[in-house]
Design a protein around this ligand. Structure first.
Ligand SMILES: [Zn+2]
Length: 369
């Protein structure tokens, strides 16, 4: 599934880069693998067959990655980068840098994931040497061996195709539904429609899971409800921010320090004001920002007398006061930093901070009920 990337501060090192995109494996992906091995052992499968199961798992892994590359490479065609691909037990996630405003592009990016599974299934189909219409044989086929491997990889692709077409976020089907609805109505309304359908499906999953004592099904249902909430929140944010520019959330009332000021001066400001971040000015222009974290670090290292310039954050990103607030919000969400320097015609005008943008979103959302 393609997903908007969120702040990924402590992702472990990627195992490999594919087409320049780092690939990460979420710890819970290994749970799926352990579950497959355990269920095989419980069925009394011998070592040779468990070996085949591991080959099968590796192939599932390849199919999931190809599915995500389907999304990522289509996004790239529209000039949208992918920060990472993460493998989860319910599939993979391609963290794309932004959801395109054009529903046609969202539709293409989303459809190309399941399309990869369809293609793989079509390629594998002629190589299945078994009668898959015979129910008695199907049970035998479920045991992975040299004879049934192709069938099992085929079945996984059919499953991935169908599962991803369920019209509920975070599955691709949810995005396909939203993008299709967005041809007829606003993006925000289309998101609302898709979340309502998603929630109805989630309820069916949860109830069916409880009735059939299938914990996995209930969990997927809960997961779908959370995903719908987060999509709706993002759509609200996006629709609020569209109407604003950076200057509307510009912070002009901030505390300044000079780069020669000692850190205990910064610590004094931290205690005597409600600000947690201070702009460090050097010869009239901003040289950096020093915040709560850096001040605490400096004091812990016993450097209260050192100049703030030794601990401040430098290399701050800059933006223009006339820039779209939506664009800057997306940039800040993706980056490690939460503050940017704002300029008007090349002159320092103030700072913009993620927390302030969130305040603006909350105020506007409050106003609009
Ligand atoms: Zn997908």
């Amino acid at each position: 599934m393609p997903q908007l990337c969120s702040k990924e501060k402590k992702l472990k090192r990627s195992i490999v880069r594919l087409a320049g995109i780092p690939l990460y494996i979420h710890w819970s992906f290994w749970l799926l693998i352990i579950w497959i091995v355990i269920s095989n052992v419980r069925k009394g499968t011998d070592a040779v067959h468990i070996g085949w199961s591991l080959v099968f798992i590796a192939l599932i892994f390849v199919c999931v990655v190809l599915h995500e590359l389907g999304h990522a490479l289509t996004a790239r065609r529209f000039g949208i980068g992918t920060k990472s691909i993460v493998l989860l037990p319910i599939g993979g996630v391609a963290n794309i840098e932004k959801i395109p405003d054009n529903p046609k592009q969202e539709l293409w990016i989303t459809v190309m994931g399941p399309a990869v599974n369809l293609l793989l299934a079509l390629i594998l189909f002629p190589f299945i040497h078994a009668d898959i219409t015979n129910a008695a044989q199907l049970e035998e086929l479920a045991i992975v061996s040299s004879r049934t491997l192709v069938f099992n990889v085929f079945a996984v692709n059919v499953f991935m195709l169908l599962f991803n077409l369920i019209p509920a976020f975070p599955m691709d089907g949810g995005r396909i539904l939203r993008a299709t609805a967005a041809f007829f109505t606003s993006w925000k309304k289309a998101t609302r429609i898709a979340t309502i359908v998603g929630n109805l499906i989630a309820v069916v999953f949860i109830v069916a899971g409880v009735l059939n004592m299938n914990l996995m099904l209930s969990l997927i249902g809960l997961f779908v409800i959370f995903a719908a909430q987060s999509e709706l929140r993002y759509a609200t944010t996006k629709s609020v921010l569209e109407h604003f520019k950076v200057k509307d959330a510009l912070i002009t009332n901030y505390y300044q320090l000079s780069s020669h000021d000692p850190l205990n001066e910064a610590a004094r400001l931290l205690l005597s004001t409600q600000s947690k971040k201070f702009v460090v000015i050097d010869q009239g222009s901003p040289a950096g920002i020093i915040g709560h974290e850096q001040i605490i670090k400096a004091l812990a290292e016993g450097n209260a007398a050192a100049p703030v310039s030794a601990y401040m954050q430098t290399n701050l990103s800059k933006t223009e006061a006339e820039e779209s607030l939506q664009k800057v919000y997306d940039q800040l969400m993706r980056s490690e930093e939460s503050t940017m320097i704002v300029e008007t015609n090349g002159q320092f005008a103030g700072i913009i901070d993620l927390e302030n943008i969130r305040e603006l979103i909350a105020l506007q959302a409050g106003n609009n009920g």
